[in-house]
Design a protein around this ligand. Structure first.
Ligand code: ATP
Length: 210
């Protein structure tokens, strides 16, 4: 009898700046869901000793590294800002490596379903690693207020970031589930508890189909 390799059901979580991705994943983690974070993977693949960092240093010269050998992210951001060819070169190098690491981390998950959280889920093709996409939808003025309250940033800077991100309608067009995070944290938790229970029930029913 052919044995199927067990593959986890992957729920992608995305949303704009200050929309509540961390609030959502912290709560789902408290329910025992394994969380795989694309931001963490993106940092891990450019740590000293990683091939991607060597590639970046060969391309831009050793000046792209800090004295301690770490990537000078600010300098790299400045180089690719307004330089589509360099941005593309970097993305072609990093995205496949990030996705390979994410695939491995998703496969190592220990919960009935696993969450992949990424601010760039749809822009990087990471949505193709997912079976279900949850988009956190938060009104723009709430995103701005929460971001300003959290970071030492201005309303203007927060708006600039929102405007550089994928448009709300486009992001929502990828959603299987939309979570409205305009209310309180306890309302968000209630919504997520319901989502989690529905997910577990659906996966259980799917598993007992055979
Ligand atoms: P980023 O993309 O900038 O990392 P994020 O999407 O992870 O942001 P969070 O950090 O989860 O967003 O939320 C932004 C801020 O708003 C945090 O300080 C968080 O505690 C707060 N917050 C999130 N949801 C709510 C809510 N429903 N009520 C009140 N505060 C909230």
């Amino acid at each position: 009898m052919a044995s199927k390799q067990k593959r986890h059901f992957v729920v992608g979580v995305t949303g704009g700046i200050g929309s509540g991705k961390t609030a959502v994943t912290n709560y789902l983690a408290s329910l025992g869901v394994t969380i795989v974070d694309a931001d963490i993977a993106a940092r891990a693949i450019v740590e000293p000793g990683q091939p991607a960092l060597d590639n970046i240093a060969s391309h831009y010269g050793a000046g792209i590294l800090l004295e301690n050998g770490n990537l000078n992210r600010r300098k790299l951001r400045e180089i690719i800002f307004d330089n589509p060819a360099e941005k593309q070169w970097l993305e072609q190098l990093l995205h496949p490596e990030i996705n390979a690491l994410l695939r491995q981390q998703l496969a190592d998950a220990t919960s009935p379903y696993v969450v992949l959280v990424s601010p760039l889920l749809t822009e990087t093709g990471q949505h193709t690693l997912c079976d279900h996409i949850l988009v956190i939808d938060t009104p723009e003025h709430v995103q701005v207020d929460r971001t300003v309250a959290r970071d030492s940033t201005t309303e203007e800077q927060a708006l600039k970031i929102i405007n550089s991100q994928i448009q709300r309608e486009k992001r929502l067009s990828f959603a299987d589930t939309i979570v409205d995070n305009s209310g309180s944290l306890s309302e968000l938790h209630d919504t997520l508890e319901q989502f989690h229970n529905d997910m577990i029930t659906a996966l259980f029913n799917k598993g007992s189909d055979h």
